[in-house]
Design a protein around this ligand. Structure first.
Ligand SMILES: [Zn+2]
Length: 372
C-alpha cells in the first residue's frame, strides 16, 4: 500500500484542505476498485467500514491475493469534517453555500460524447478506454473555482476508471440499504446479498447528480447516444451504500460490513480465493420512485411507531405527532407495503418536515427523487 495527498484549492489565506488516497495492488491486473467514505462528513459508520476494509486489504495484499488495483479514500470530505456550529458538526452541506456535498457532481456525458465522436469502434473494451481517456481530459481541463468543486473533481479523477465504485454513507436512523442504477443492478445484486441490504433502490436518474450517478448516469447517457452504432459497456458498477443510521458506529458492525465488501470483491474476481456462498437477497430491489416519503402534517412531538428495517403493510400506523399546546394526537399511516428503511432522528418536527420512507414496487414519484 502507498498513500497520496491531494491538496485542494485554498478558500482563504492560510487555510488548506487535503484528501488522502490509499492505493493497493497493481494496474497490471486491468481491474480497478474505488471505495470512498465520509462524502457526507457527518456519516461516520462508512468511514469506520472503509478503515476496516483498508486493514483487510493490507493483509490480502501481503498474502499476494489481490487481483486488482484498489483506491480507497476513507475520509472523502475534509471540508465537511472541519465544519462546526455551536458544538455540532455539519457534514452534509457546505456552510458557506448550502450546497449538499453529494449533489451537483459534474455530468459530462454531452462533452464526452463530442470528444469521442469518430473514435469509437466495434470493440467494447477499446471504447471504454477511449471514453475514460476523454472523461479524464475533460476533468483535467476544468478550472474549479472553489474548494468544493476541486474536491468533487478530485474524487471523480480518482474513480472514473474504476470498474466497481462504492460510496459509503449512512442515513439518520436506518436499516442497511443501497442506491444504484437500474441498468447495473444485476452486477450490484451480489453486494446487496452479502451486505444483507433490506432495501435496494434503483433509478436511472434521481435528479440529484450524486457521486454514484455521476458515474452510472454518464455511462447510461453514452449508451443511449452511441449504443445502436457501437458497443458501449456499462463502464462501472457504482453503488451508494447506506450503512444504517448515524449512530450505528461499532467495530462489530464495521467488521460485518467490511467482510461483506471483501466477499463481494472476491465474488467479482478482484481478490483471489473461493467466494463465500451468496446469501439470499433480503428484499427485492424496488424503484427509488416507488418509495413513499412521509412529511409532518403539523408541528409537534414525533413518536415513532415502527423500527427502521421493519416490513410494513398498507394502512399501518408509522408515526404519531403530539401537539405541544393541547396534546392532540395525529397519526400517520403508510399507503405503501414495503420496508420502512429509514427515518429521521428528530423527536420534534415542524410542519412539512420529512419523517421517513417506505420502499414500494409501484412508481409514485417523479422529478428529484433524493432528499436535499
Ligand atoms: Zn450520505
Amino acid at each position: 500500500m502507498h498513500s497520496a495527498k491531494h491538496r485542494l484549492l485554498a478558500a482563504t489565506d492560510g487555510t488548506a484542505h487535503q484528501l488522502i488516497s490509499h492505493h493497493f495492488g497493481s494496474e497490471a491486473h486491468g481491474k480497478k476498485i474505488y471505495i470512498q467514505a465520509g462524502l457526507h462528513a457527518d456519516e461516520i459508520p462508512g468511514m469506520l467500514v472503509a478503515l476496516t476494509v483498508m486493514d483487510k486489504l493490507q493483509q490480502i495484499e501481503q498474502q499476494g491475493r489481490l487481483r486488482c488495483e484498489v483506491v480507497l479514500v476513507s475520509a472523502a470530505n475534509p471540508i465537511g469534517l472541519s465544519q462546526y456550529v455551536l458544538g455540532y458538526g455539519i457534514g452534509r452541506f457546505e456552510l458557506a453555500s448550502g450546497r449538499n456535498f453529494n449533489r451537483g457532481f459534474p455530468l459530462l456525458a454531452p462533452q464526452i460524447a463530442d470528444a469521442v465522436e469518430g473514435k469509437l469502434g466495434a470493440d467494447a473494451e477499446a471504447n471504454r478506454a477511449v471514453i475514460r481517456a476523454a472523461w479524464r481530459e475533460l476533468l483535467l481541463a476544468q478550472q474549479p473555482r472553489q474548494t468544493f468543486d476541486d474536491m468533487q473533481r478530485t474524487l471523480m479523477l480518482l474513480s472514473i476508471d474504476a470498474d466497481i465504485i462504492l460510496d459509503l454513507h449512512c442515513s439518520r436512523e436506518a436499516t442497511m440499504h443501497l442506491y444504484t442504477g437500474e441498468a447495473i443492478w444485476p452486477d450490484a445484486e451480489p453486494l446487496a446479498r452479502y451486505l444483507g441490504a433490506r432495501a435496494s433502490l434503483l433509478a436511472v436518474d434521481s435528479g440529484g447528480q450524486s457521486f454514484d450517478e455521476a458515474h452510472s448516469f454518464t455511462w447510461w447517457k453514452l449508451q443511449q447516444r452511441f449504443g445502436e452504432q457501437f458497443p458501449i459497456p456499462r463502464g462501472s458498477t457504482a453503488v451508494t451504500v447506506e450503512h444504517r443510521g448515524q449512530r450505528d458506529v461499532t467495530d462489530e458492525l464495521a467488521q460485518q460490513d467490511a467482510t461483506a465488501i471483501i466477499e463481494y470483491l472476491t465474488y467479482c474476481g478482484a481478490i483471489d480465493g473461493p467466494a463465500a456462498p451468496l446469501p439470499p437477497l433480503a428484499w427485492p430491489a424496488t424503484p427509488l420512485a416507488g418509495s413513499e416519503q412521509f412529511h409532518a402534517p403539523s408541528a409537534g412531538i414525533l413518536l415513532h411507531c415502527v423500527d427502521a428495517g421493519a416490513e410494513v403493510s398498507v394502512g399501518q400506523q408509522i408515526f404519531v405527532i403530539v401537539d405541544t399546546a393541547d396534546g392532540t394526537r395525529t397519526s400517520i399511516h403508510s399507503r405503501t407495503a414495503g420496508i420502512f428503511y429509514m427515518r429521521r432522528d428528530a423527536r420534534y418536527v415542524r410542519q412539512g418536515d420529512p419523517l421517513g420512507r417506505v420502499s414500494g414496487h409501484e412508481v409514485i414519484r417523479s422529478g428529484n427523487l433524493l432528499s436535499a
